[in-house]
Design a protein around this ligand. Structure first.
Ligand code: F58
Length: 833
């Protein structure tokens, strides 16, 4: 249809000159030089590594955008159901290496760059991470994009184009200092679409209107308009032509009459400040993980992004001229946590207020369209917005929320008459001072499926925070989709040698698109040469990390030591404090030993990394303690190589790509029942690292897959946590003896001014030890001793490593995406012929 509307001779000319991008080395060099000379206005004489990065990225970007265009045309022609993944965070990391590997032209570029006088690693290392996320939730969204494209699903991501990503972390005198991350200086991966804009309204009033036919409509009048501008980021699938789209919205002042009036009236400064206020909406990523603080600007961000995305989705749907009832057959929208829940309300508003549908008819469409993924049971992370704030910012939406609530509560009352308490418990509106809108409840009520991200977590949400909703809707509305990771980035890209070794045994790289094929390597477990190479690769990776540590911290670490890694956001529930107390315990033990005894020890490097939310005092105290312990231990000549403590600054995706392949053991030690899934646990095991962990999140399913003999589990179970906490609160409890000694040494000033750590210790000794550090300490220490023992038996250790990798097939996001597609979205891939 589209084609027929263009006269043939025009099509001919167009086809003749249609861009193709490079195919071979010579063409790559031509494109590279062309971009350096014309796009960057540089020359042979001032082309440094950064310019070489830009030239390479632009050459690849051309290829991506050509495939992107074709993919979008194909998807529009076929006109089948699309998925829209709404996420406030996409933690993409670097794009160039990934684009090279997915497109399959890394070797071509490498050779071309060499001829032009550059080393590909240096070029890749020039790129700034796209750090538009906090942690697991944002990185999951990025892995999903990779898998959706690789599996050829017609899928778009929608997010915000933050001017500042997650802050950069510096450690100064052992303290975390936050530096703004202005990353947009030069970003070759985005395409501004100045022609794709949406006006977004805030504030004003909702005005009731009685129509001539007696019907009532509501009009949202007045207030302020901010413009959303689309920026598109092409997402290439691995080894496929499909290149999907990530659309990020940027805010700017509306070009409407507003500014001009002010401008003409001589209020130049006001016009400018309007401009700045508008731009503030997409200025910063909120740096909290697992905490919601209820700031007005955050709610503005959420509505701005939801409204722009929905406008876009609806516009696309309307072009097909279908009946509204077909909307859910064409559109699936997945909510990454509750942050996009306003999209539910916005769609209902569009259908009822703007398109004139009946309430019930509209609501049916809404519920069939949305799915909601929950990522936490921590009460402080469950989003609530104050009713007065919502009333002020989004008056019409608040009315709609009240109506949704009313109809929902009526339905509950019909099903469970005389259960007044139930009604109060499940009401979207919490009757507090001020009243609050419970976003998770709204998300559940407005979606047809709700899922958790690992089995234990999905069970827990059904038995705790959403229990009443299971009673109301029945269990089928709730489901589990266990998280995963993309093996392209987290094996092939981060650990190319391991990927190559595996491919050499399996005969191809097919395991990268069917990770279950990894089980084929278990056959080689007794192959001596294979094991040696496996071990060599780990050593190489450890040397690379040791070099990074030397370059960034000045500390020399021995690559034959056991590398023990815990890298993730710093949070009390993740229990980095348990780890560092364990390290202190080890240090005290070493100090008390004779030189003879010391000889028997396994040298260990404890490596930490992760950011604390800027306002999270306790997390910052934990970082401080780790750094202070490092200073003391690393300079103690009694200890030497037996123990080193390293804090890697500014942990991010590109650092993870160096750290993950280099671990012997990594720590996933959250208090049972608190970590919804965890995904770095999967990354480490897939790279041949063993893990020590609690029975929490996806650790449980990892254990099921790789079997208990290949993982170091310890600690109390989720089902006992509640009772243990009660014990602490009401009956007093005895602190673990060894932990008491650790506290003594801190209090005595071994690691600097003890006052700095008083509150951390008191949280355990005096304030109920909510995260059960003391209860799990003994079992943690004992299990760490087992780790040492097992590490000495290198042969067995390597066998465990190989077996574990072989059994990780389940944890690919390809499997995850297929599950969502089948059980929640009801979409099919669009295979390219
Ligand atoms: C994480 N959540 C979970 N939230 O903690 C982790 O267990 C899980 O593996 C991962 O999601 C993926 O499912 C998480 O990262 C956040 O960072 C939010 C950011 C916005 C404010 C609230 C927390």
């Amino acid at each position: 249809l589209v084609e027929a509307s263009i006269p043939e001779h025009l099509r001919e000319v167009w086809k003749k000159y249609s861009a193709t991008g490079f195919e071979n080395k010579d063409e790559f060099e031509r494109e590279f030089v062309r971009h350096v000379e014309t796009t960057l206005a540089r020359s042979l004489y001032n082309c440094d590594d950064l310019a070489a990065y830009s030239g390479t990225a632009l050459a690849f970007r051309d290829r991506l955008i050509i495939e992107w265009n074709k993919t979008q045309q194909r998807q529009t022609m076929v006109d089948q159901k699309r998925v829209y993944y709404l996420s406030l965070e996409f933690l993409m990391g670097r794009a160039l290496d990934n684009a090279m590997l997915n497109v399959g032209k890394k070797e071509t570029a490498k050779e071309g760059l060499e001829e032009l006088g550059f080393r590909i690693e240096d070029v890749i290392n020039q790129e700034h991470d796209a750090a538009l996320g906090n942690g697991g939730l944002g990185r999951l969204a990025a892995c999903f994009l990779d898998s959706m494209a690789t599996l050829n699903y017609p899928a778009w991501g929608y997010g915000l184009r933050y001017r500042y990503g997650i802050f950069k972390q510096e450690i100064i005198d052992g303290y975390q200092v936050e530096i703004p991350d202005y990353w947009l200086d030069f970003n070759p991966w985005e395409f501004p679409r100045h022609d794709i804009t949406v006006d977004i309204q805030f504030y004003g009033q909702s005005v009731r209107q009685e129509n001539e036919d007696g019907s009532i409509t509501y009009n949202w009048h007045g207030g302020e308009i901010v413009q959303a501008v689309a920026y598109d980021v092409p997402i290439p699938g691995y080894s496929t032509e499909t290149t999907n789209n990530l659309r990020l919205w940027s805010s700017k002042a509306s070009s409407g009459e507003f500014d001009f009036q002010k401008f003409n009236a001589g209020e130049y400064e006001l016009a400018v400040s309007d401009q700045q206020r508008a731009e503030t909406i997409s200025a910063v990523l909120y740096p909290n993980d697992n905490l919601e603080r209820g700031k007005e600007l955050r709610l503005k961000q959420q509505y701005f992004w939801c409204a722009a995305s929905l406008y876009d989705i609806v516009r696309r749907f309307k072009k097909t001229k279908r009946a509204w009832s077909e909307f859910p057959d064409q559109v699936a929208i997945q909510l990454n946590d509750t942050h996009p829940t306003l999209a539910i309300v916005e769609l209902q508003r569009i259908l009822v207020d703007l398109e004139g549908l009946e309430w019930d008819e509209a609501w049916k469409i809404v519920v069939e369209t949305f799915g909601y993924t929950n990522h936490t049971v921590l009460p402080e992370a469950l989003e609530k917005w104050s009713v007065p704030l919502m009333q002020h910012l989004l008056p019409r939406h608040l009315q709609i929320i009240y109506d949704i609530n009313l109809f929902f509560l009526q339905q509950v009352e019909r099903k469970f008459p005389n259960e007044r308490e139930l009604l109060a418990r499940v009401s979207i509106i919490e009757e507090s001072q001020p009243k609050m809108v419970r976003m998770a409840y709204l998300a559940i009520i407005g979606s047809h499926k709700v899922n958790g991200v690992a089995e234990l977590h999905s069970d827990l949400i059904k038995s705790t925070i959403f229990k009443d909703f299971v009673k109301i809707y029945g269990p089928d509305k709730f489901t589990n989709v266990t998280n995963g990771i993309t093996p392209r980035r987290w094996l092939h890209q981060a650990n190319p040698r391991l990927s190559k070794l595996i491919a050499s045994k399996l005969g191809s790289y097919d395991f990268l698109t069917d990770l279950t094929l990894l089980d084929g390597i278990e056959r080689y477990i007794d192959d001596k040469e294979f094991r040696t190479e496996w071990a060599d690769i780990k050593t190489e990776n450890k040397k690379r990390l040791a070099k990074h540590i030397k370059d960034t911290t000045g500390y020399t670490i021995n690559p034959t030591s056991l590398f023990d890694v815990q890298v993730k956001r710093i949070h009390e529930y993740k229990r980095q404090q348990l780890n560092i107390f364990g390290v202190i315990h080890r240090y005290l033990k070493i100090k008390s030993m004779t030189p003879e005894e010391r000889k028997k020890l396994v040298p260990r490097v404890s490596i930490f990394g992760g950011k604390a939310a800027p306002g999270y005092w306790m997390a910052k105290t934990i970082i401080h303690l780790i750094n202070k312990v490092g200073q003391v231990v690393n300079n103690d000549t009694d200890v030497g190589d037996l123990l080193k403590v390293i804090f890697i600054e500014d942990y991010n995706v590109s650092k993870a790509e160096i750290i993950v392949p280099a671990s012997d053991i990594s720590e996933h030690i959250s208090t049972a029942g608190t970590e919804a899934s965890g995904t770095s646990n999967m990354k480490f095991v897939l790279n041949g690292g063993l893990i020590i962990g609690t029975c929490d999140g996806a650790n449980i399913e990892i254990t099921r897959e790789i079997t208990e003999s290949n993982i170091f589990l310890f600690g109390n179970l989720a089902e006992d946590v509640e009772t243990l906490r009660e014990t602490h609160r009401y009956k007093g409890f005895t602190l673990d003896e060894d932990l008491a000694k650790v506290f003594e040494s801190i209090r005595s000033g071994t690691f600097g001014d003890p006052k700095a750590f008083e509150s951390l210790i008191a949280s355990i000794t005096d304030h109920g030890d909510y995260y059960l550090v003391s209860d799990d300490f003994k079992s943690y220490i004992q299990t760490q001793a087992l780790v040492d023992e097992d590490f000495l038996k290198q042969d067995e250790w390597i066998a465990k490593s190989i077996t574990s990798v072989a059994r990780m097939g389940f944890f690919s996001t390809d499997r995850v995406i297929n599950e969502y597609a089948e059980s929640i979205w009801n979409v099919e891939p669009l295979v390219v012929e």
